[in-house]
Write a protein that binds this ligand. Sequence first.
Ligand code: DAH
Length: 338
Amino acid sequence: MPHPLEQLRDDALREIGDAHDEKALDAVRVRHLGRSGSISAWGEQMKTLGKEERPVVGKLLNETRIAVTVAIEERAGTLRSQKENEAVANIDISLPGTPSERGSLHPITQILDRAIAIFRRMGFALADGPDIETEWHCFDALNTPPEHPARNEQDTFYLPDGRLLRTHTSTVQIRTMQAAPPPIRVIAPGAAYRRDEVDATHSAQFHQIEGLYVDENVSVADLKGTLEFFMRELFGAETEVQFRPHYFPFTEPSLEIYVKSKALKKGDQWIEVAGSGMVHPAVFEAANKERGDKAYDPEKWTGYAFGLGMDRLAMILFDIPDIRLFAQNDLRFLRQFA
Ligand code: DAH
């Protein structure tokens, strides 16, 4: 005859096996392991047993408790994974998934990346400077006198402390020369700001790539060769490049750069894309003054500089009719460049 405890254990194990959900299993647990469950009841009964019987029954009781506890844990694990399997089994893997939204680079970022890659191949390093600038870096150091219209409050965003949002990236020419002696070969991509009347071709914030090359015996021929190569890489080998005399305070001589390319929509038009010129000696002297040395001796060093209008270049390259599209965050527009 099995001991009643063995009977109890077998009953409990059968009930556990029959429990088909968590709730049923929990009821079994309470019935046997709970404070007033069958196994606890046996614990109470121990006290009434004689000395000889007690250790035998105690051992049996312990084994029963362990067996039932383990069986309940195992059953709980089985029920849990059954439930998970059922949940997965109901998924129709042939249904289309939820597509994840994919971002893409802004067209201005794309053209900046392309332009930077071209200049890097020619050995230009990247330089930068702050968007919030001093008047000195933006104008005085660039040989731009106090009465120059660019300095007018109508044209420039001034801060209460006298600093301003840079009106061009040419500030980085000065910052670069302050930081290192010649030779210099850098480009500085970045934003510039003007209080322009906003229209299809004017925006209060736009983007430029500034270039500065200072070495011994640099000439206009170097400037022309470099920028011609750049324009042909960007717009195609058939691109024509024209340099027209102009005036900038910080260069002498100064040249405006125009391109024309059959590869473009407006293939028969000359389009102005950059300002450039040979660095004015006064700019070298301003750098020297700030450095406190004669590193940029205009008798020894010459250089060229240029400023490319990147929004303009992007509009030409991608045939975009209105500069305001760049900042409107309209996905129908942006997706065309994804
Ligand atoms: N800073 C000028 C502008 O924003 C562009 C420019 C002209 C930059 C001539 C240059 C330069 O470096 O040499 O209109």
